[in-house]
Design a protein. Sequence first.
Length: 64
Amino acid sequence: MPQGKPAGVPCIQLLPDMRCAVFGQPSRPDFCGGLQPQQEMCGPDREHAILWLGDLERATAPGH
């Protein structure tokens, strides 16, 4: 995603099983490598994590 990943749009590197296709590869974006999972982010389930990531996307959106 050369222009960046728009908020609310799944990454093109996200595999059907929710794994990253470029994990551990030099082509993995710096942002992704810097995003380290924490309990606050992951929470008890996938739904919590998706909501947390949505909040992060909104908080860091251009013009916010």
